[in-house]
Unconditional design. Sequence first.
Length: 101
Amino acid sequence: MTMPLSKLEKFFYIDKLVVHSLDLSLYQVSVVIDEQEHYITNEKGDYIKAISILEIQKICRKLKVKTWVLRQQSAYDEMIGMPNGKQDNTLEVPLSNNKLY
């Protein structure tokens, strides 16, 4: 599911904001509201992407977020020939928005 950034800016509080690490310098962002995850889009409906976490924080600076996390899923298991679906290797690391932008 997706939700535009402008609509999210009107929310009182957002439970969790997830910065997805897709590649070395490519990030997308989603939010968790009432236990449902929504990817954030711009007004054109395009997913919000950035080349740094600071850029994501700057884009989302008006959101009232309780918890920020960085989420990464590794392709290492596939690279060494382990079967898919055996174990989830998702890593979530807490982030803080220290407003360095």
